[in-house]
Design a protein around this ligand. Sequence first.
Ligand SMILES: NC(=O)c1ccc[n+]([C@@H]2O[C@H](COP(=O)([O-])OP(=O)(O)OC[C@H]3O[C@@H](n4cnc5c(N)ncnc54)[C@H](OP(=O)(O)O)[C@@H]3O)[C@@H](O)[C@H]2O)c1
Length: 312
Amino acid sequence: MKEDTVGNTAAEHDSTKPVVLVIGTTGQVGKLMVEEFDRDPGNVQVRYAARKSEQVDELRAAGRDAVRLDLDDPSTFAHALHGVDRVYLLTGYTVAMLTQSKTLVDAAVKAGVSHIAHQGIFANWDVTDSHFAWHQLIERYIEESGLQWTHLHPNVFMEGLTSMTPVKNGSISVYWGDRRVGWIAARDIAAVAATVLRQGPTRHGGKNYWLSTEVASGPEVATILSEVLGTEIRCEIRGPQDYAAAIAQGSKNVEKWYAEAGVDFTQQVIDGRMGYIGTVRDDVEFVTGRPSISLREWATENQDRLTAGPTA
Ligand SMILES: NC(=O)c1ccc[n+]([C@@H]2O[C@H](COP(=O)([O-])OP(=O)(O)OC[C@H]3O[C@@H](n4cnc5c(N)ncnc54)[C@H](OP(=O)(O)O)[C@@H]3O)[C@@H](O)[C@H]2O)c1
């Protein structure tokens, strides 16, 4: 172990292995990436970034290499990126992703990083919805940086059924009317991301991976949940105005800019401009060698969370 600049200890590096830095370690996908790398670290050394010192301490207490990195504070980047070869860039539900990603990519170039894998969105190139457009601007910026890149394009997270639109009083609500959308399990995103980072840019550089496993409307999801949970789950079909009202009432914990983009998203899915959201494009097995997780399998694995109520 060695001492780092904030006075914490970090694991010694094995200089023969590429160093991977995972950003977003404590979130929905990031937590599962930790599990993926615990199960199979491959031939890389994994370093986890967290923005709070207590999160860093917790990761280190469990024997993991961890550093503090606050995407809103570029002064934390140089130390976190020192000696790093590959980065997983995951940002939260915020317009700040633009500045965060621009500054992080610049720092990665300076630090000699060779490969960035970015968690983006599932959209056509000419999408007009703003939070999708922000992710695309980030992708273009990464491509122009000279770094080798891999773009992940997940569709709607199944985990939303325990967070944004959870089972509540025996029903779920969807805000895209009766339209079908494509779903992906966060575990599959994490598995694809971990595989890309283990295998690196020779295999995955310049690739786009599309992660939309199965399409289902709200009522179709409710039917699956009812069968898995053994109790009737109804679906409240709602629209953009309902989503906007829920945000205005403060019942959705989403920042204003991101929330407005979410309202536009529901409108564009309903009126067909983003009808492609309801399509299957499944690269999970191509990358990981195992089939993707279906909604039914996900619900079966997550019965406790589905019946526990909202998590965020
Ligand atoms: N939900 C969907 O259906 C969906 C679909 C497609 C794409 N996406 C994209 O997926 C991304 C979100 O993934 P997720 O659900 O796994 O995220 P999440 O659960 O909200 O976790 C976000 C992670 O980023 C960290 N983070 C946030 N702000 C940070 C900062 N300033 N500095 C350092 N770390 C910071 C959080 O750390 P803390 O623990 O400190 O907060 C957390 O570890 C977004 O870019 C979203 O656009 C989502």
